[in-house]
Each structure stands twice: as C-alpha cells, then as structure tokens.
Ligand binder design. Structure first.
Ligand code: CP
Length: 338
C-alpha cells in the first residue's frame, strides 16, 4: 500500500507505479462503498479545484464537479476559450496564478501537438497537483475507471483476460487517440492479453506499442496488433470498439480536436468496422462490451449491443465518479506539492 500522494500530478498513469495505481483502485472502491451507504466524507472541505476545459464533456466535467462537492470542496468550471490563454497567456503563468488561488488544477486540452505540452508545462510550474482531464495523448481518468470496472466484473486478478481494443467507424467527430493509447499502455501492467485491432492508417505511435509490449513482458501478459477485426472479437472476454482519429496521415493540428467532424472517403471505406451482435457472438459467452462514451450509435455500435446484455457501459461511466474522487482525495488536501 502506497500512502505518499499529496501534491502528486495525475497527467499520465505512466508516472504512477503499479503499487500507487493499486492504492488508487482501493480508495476508489472505498469511496464507492461510502457513496452507496450515504457515509459523509469531507476530506476536501473548503478546497477548490479549477476545471479548465477547451473541449466539450459530459462524464469528465460532471464526475469531477459532483465528486469534489461530495468530498466537501468545490469546483470552478473554466471555459478555456474565455480565459487569457485564448490571447496567448502561457501555461506557466496560468498554473502559477491558479496555484495561488486554490488546491488543484485540472485541464482538458485535446488538440494534437498542443494539449499534452500545455498540461505538462502547467504541471512543471504549478505548486498544487495538476490533473489531466484528457489531452491529445492520454486520458488517465478513463483508463483507471475502465480498470476498476474490469476488476469488478472479473476479479482483482486480470491475468490472461483477453481485452480487445478495436477501432470503430464514427461520423460524430474525430476522436483523440488518448483513450486507446492509455488503455493499451495500462492493461498489460495487469497481465492481460491485449489485442489492438484497427484498419491500416489508424496506427497508434510506434513508441506506444513498444512500451505496451515491454509492460506485457514484465507483468506476464501479451500485446497483439492486427488489422483483422474477427481475430480481435474471437474468444475475447472484453471488447472495447471505439473510434479514434487517423493522426498518422493528417497532423494538421485540427484532426484530433473534439469539435471537428470529418467524414472523407478514407473513413467511409471502413464503415464495416462496427460492433454488431454477430461480432459479439465470436467472443467468450459472457464477453463484456465497454465504451468510454459518448458512443456514435448505429455507426460505432448497434443499439442491440450497447443496450444489450453484454454491455457494461453505464457501470463503466459510473466508475468515473468514484475514481475521480479517489484521485482528488489522494492528491489534494495540502497547499504544496510533496
Ligand atoms: N469518456 C469521457 O471522457 O466522456 P466526456 O467526453 O463526456 O467527458
């Protein structure tokens, strides 16, 4: 059990040891039980977290706002486009000032090539913990909630559970690569057999696959990358079919933005990458269907799957609350960084 978290940044789970992640999961479960029992936890009484969003959000914003309120503190929602960042104020100046006003800074900034750099620079200069609400590279809040949900469904020991992260067709907007990237790095640390499937042109960066494979070697799982969708679904215990943008051939800086809707011929050619009941039937009898949400219904997935007996998307979304509370409860609470 690790107990040294005060002031620690949560920008990527790559900076958190396995022992620290285990403690985070323990605390998440404890807070979930407290919430179910109506037990009051005011451990962050009178504390302020700034929630700065440069993109839209339903789950992340509201789990953080509800979460800090339930812990006795409060959140300031900041629309990033209305701040002086829009006029070029630096991440350093923003972080130093907000550090003097409150107890934590959280930020969502997904623009390719900018988001992680902005949040990391804030973390470098902040004197309070900085929490990544999703950037162009990482969505650690989603990955940790996914892991918690898997442990609830399959038990704490996830070794040799086959989880398939599968690209899916979507028209709603070009989704960042941060969700599959965070998942493919994290799940092998729990000894899972990870299958990453996508059409050619939707590759994740080479360093991600190399690090995921190194994690698998260290913790006793495996990582397979394929463009064969059937291979991914076959005998899977968990499938996560979800769209992500083709950052490889289109690094304009716009493609990964949450607000951009782009349907071109290259994308349209991959319409068949949709999660259907027939594909779910290839998996284990009790295969679980997961999705970070929002889902592009009828493009990424058939309604009969997302609303069907294999779907655990609402349990997954609920765990965003409990894990967000755990991260705030562990990292906030002081006025300075450890
Ligand atoms: N999964 C997720 O991050 O949802 P929001 O974009 O609604 O926050």
């Amino acid at each position: 059990m690790q107990s040294q978290f005060r002031g620690k940044h949560f920008v990527t789970l790559r900076d958190w040891s396995k022992e620290q992640i285990d403690t985070l999961l323990d605390v998440s479960l404890q807070l979930k039980r407290d919430f179910a029992l109506g037990t009051i936890n005011n451990s962050l009484q009178n504390q302020t977290i700034f929630l700065m969003f440069f993109e839209q959000s339903t789950r992340t914003r509201n789990s953080m706002e509800a979460g800090i309120t339930q812990l006795g503190g409060h959140a300031h929602f900041i629309d990033g486009s209305t701040t002086q960042v829009a006029h070029g104020e630096s991440p350093k100046d923003t972080a130093v000032i907000l550090s003097r006003f409150g107890h934590a800074i959280a930020c969502r900034y997904c623009n390719w090539g900018y988001g992680n750099a902005f949040i990391s620079e804030m973390a470098q200069h902040a004197t309070v913990p900085v929490i990544n609400l999703q950037c162009d590279l990482y969505h650690p809040l989603q990955a940790i909630a996914d892991l918690m949900t898997m442990q609830e469904k399959f038990g704490q020991n996830l070794k040799r559970i086959k989880v398939s992260i599968i690209w899916a067709y979507a028209e709603s907007h070009k989704k960042p690569i941060s969700v599959p990237l965070s998942q493919v790095l994290l799940f092998p640390r729990y000894g899972m057999d990870v299958c990453l499937a996508h059409p050619k042109g939707w590759e994740l960066p080479d360093w991600v696959i190399a690090e995921a494979k190194a994690n698998a070697e260290r913790y006793g799982g495996s990582v397979t990358v394929t463009d064969n969708e059937e291979e991914a679904y076959r005998d899977a215990h968990i499938v996560i079919p979800k769209n992500w943008g083709n950052w490889v051939n289109d690094q304009t800086g716009l493609q990964a933005s949450g607000a951009v809707k782009v349907v071109d011929e290259k994308l349209m050619a991959q319409r068949s990458w949709k999660c259907t009941e027939e594909k779910i039937a290839l998996g284990d009898r009790d295969v679980c269907y997961m999705h970070a949400l929002p889902a592009d219904r009828n493009n990424e997935v058939d309604n009969s799957v997302i609303d069907g007996p294999h779907s655990i998307v609402y349990d997954e979304a609920e765990n965003r609350l409990h894990t967000s509370k755990a991260i705030m409860a562990l990292t906030m609470g002081g006025r300075g960084r450890a």
